[in-house]
Design a protein around this ligand. Structure first.
Ligand SMILES: [Zn+2]
Length: 561
């Protein structure tokens, strides 16, 4: 009786849950078969990937077509991030996003250029009304590109719900050939408090992973005691591409019971930063490998499901336990990892004594650190966990721990620069020293009188750097005094070695011209088809300003008829 009730009420609900999203509503936005270079929720730096990265045969300029009827609800052109991006809102409430575009379809391109010339800015953002740019399914909306932060030609495609949350597009029936199961690169065990240990150590242990015939793995038996957790480095592979992609679901089982589950169906942009607490952040920063922790400590991410005791295992003395990890891709190809844990209380191992410093960060409290001329302001809730922070100031050098602990909020670093001479003050910026060469990377710096303030999310070593070098500007495809009648584009290279390019402005005979900036190639490009260069004799003037206000002016003559 009870079973029948269960089947009647639960089964239809389960079916409903499977088909919660409309199937076959959205079509492939490209004319070529879907091959991915990136999957939904794939782990990226400081964020989960919000869509699918669709390969475009290493080319730009492929036709991008509307995945369904709707209207252009947002257009954003930015130097970084999504580059040129188009958003279409559909009658069913979902929005599709197309990013890193080369250019828009003619009517949209004209609409965007009008705004760019009006605002005298390449970077623009617009929210057209439903009547302005209506779109029918399959119509040309743009050409694929490599704009913004894209590392190679591809189309970034997203589906968002009406609360702007990206959803895995595969849930809408977008089909990708995938019969290959995920693979596991490494497994780690983490002792999680001062009394716990794994294989006679309080430190994180890399475990020996042994592949078995069917694609699954076993792990060499371990001995442990106390509260421990595991971490996994895993990826998926699809049939038509050799590259690694993110997996869809990870579950763990402790002695046959569900223990922990991560499920990559949907997330919000507000929570995407918490990826740094999901992965072993220190391991990622130091080794560039992303270990996903299969336990949860102070992580507000919504992608956790069915988590028992936060995924933390309590291993008691003289016990034998079996821990299993199941990794699956969207097509439910699965890979299992099995490991046996022997509980052993080792009396020879004394409790771990954490390294202390005079400065203790309590995550739920604001704290202000001050030494000599440097002040650091952490707001309440900047970090996930309490810890002892290294804090030391030596002249202009601030040692603020190491970048091994993730911050979920920005904090402020303030230098008093009153000891500098007045003319030098305006050339100073706060730099984070990166890599072995200690490259002084510009950190967004504001000056108020004798105070320089940088806003950052990264711990590490900072210093005051001076930029007195002006940006460089040079012509790329023409020479001063040249006839350019047959030219479609005018290209100029701009660069600033230290604080970086902050602003650029180009005019021809005093009239502003649109130049598209690609920071990756340091190139400014003007398209003569804009129709704003109409004179025969033309005086081009380009002004570039860096982040501390040094500026350069480049002038050249060219002719056209
Ligand atoms: Zn992408």
């Amino acid at each position: 009786m009870r079973l029948i009730l269960l089947l009647t009420f639960v089964f239809p609900f389960l079916i409903g849950a499977q088909n919660k999203y409309p199937q076959d509503y959205f079509s492939n936005p490209l004319d070529i078969p879907l091959i991915l270079s990136g999957t939904f929720a794939e782990l990226r730096s400081n964020h989960f990937h919000a869509g699918l990265d669709i390969k475009t045969q290493q080319r730009v300029g492929l036709k991008v077509k509307a995945a369904a009827d709707g209207y252009v609800s947002r257009i954003k052109v930015s130097h970084y991030g999504y580059g040129k991006a188009l958003y279409i809102t559909h009658p069913n409430g979902y929005t599709t996003v197309y990013a890193h575009l080369q250019k828009f379809a003619p009517a949209i391109e004209a609409y965007v250029k009008k705004q760019q010339y009006k605002k005298e800015s390449y970077e623009v953002e617009m929210f057209p009304s439903a009547e302005t740019l209506p779109i029918t399914k399959g119509s040309l909306i743009a050409y694929s590109g490599n704009s913004g932060g894209s590392g190679g030609p591809h189309l970034h495609f997203e589906i968002r719900d009406n609360a702007e949350r990206p959803i895995n597009p595969m849930l809408f029936g977008i089909d990708i050939a995938d019969t290959k199961e995920p693979y596991v690169k490494s497994i780690y065990a983490y002792p999680l408090d001062e009394n716990s240990f794994v294989n006679n150590s309080h430190e994180k242990q890399k475990l020996r992973l042994i592949p078995i015939e069917n694609g699954d793995y076993v792990v060499e038996n371990i001995e442990a005691f106390g509260n421990i957790g595991f971490g996994i480095e895993t990826n998926d592979r699809q049939n038509l591409a050799a590259n690694s992609n993110g997996v869809y679901n990870i579950r763990t089982f402790f002695n046959g019971n569900n223990n922990f589950e991560l499920d990559f169906k949907r997330f919000s942009f507000a929570e995407t930063k918490h990826i740094n607490q999901l992965i072993d952040y220190e391991h990622y920063v130091t080794k560039k490998q992303r270990i996903q922790k299969l336990f949860k400590i102070n992580n507000p991410l919504s992608i956790y499901k069915e988590v028992l005791n936060n995924g933390i295992l309590n291993i008691e003395d003289s016990t034998y336990s079996v821990y299993k990890i199941r990794v699956a891709d969207y097509k439910n190809n699965e890979t299992w990892v099995t490991l046996n844990i022997k509980g052993t209380k080792n009396k020879a191992l004394p409790p771990l004594k954490p390294k202390t410093t005079p400065y203790y960060i309590k995550a739920d409290q604001a704290i202000n650190l001050k030494q000599q001329k440097v002040t650091v302001d952490f707001y309440k809730g900047t970090f996930y966990e309490d810890f002892y922070i290294d804090f030391e100031v030596n002249n202009d050098t601030l040692k603020l721990h190491e970048n091994v602990i993730p911050a979920k909020k920005s904090f402020k670093i303030t230098y008093d620069i009153s000891n500098y001479k007045d003319p030098d003050k305006s050339k100073l910026y706060i730099a984070r020293l990166l890599g072995y060469k200690k490259y002084p990377a510009y950190t967004s710096t504001k000056r108020k009188g004798n105070l320089l303030t940088a806003t950052t999310k990264y711990l590490g070593t900072y210093t005051l750097a001076t930029d007195t070098i002006k940006p460089t500007i040079s012509p790329l495809n023409f020479k001063n005094g040249q006839w350019l009648s047959k030219y479609r584009y005018l290209k100029v290279k701009i660069d600033d070695k230290l604080s970086g390019v902050s602003n650029y402005r180009a005019t021809v005979n005093g009239k502003w011209i649109l130049m598209e900036y690609d920071y990756k190639t340091k190139t400014l490009t003007h398209d003569f088809n804009d129709g704003v260069v109409t004179d025969t004799k033309n005086n081009l003037k380009v002004i570039v300003t860096d982040n501390v206000g040094n500026n350069s002016t480049f002038e050249a003559l060219f002719y056209r008829k």
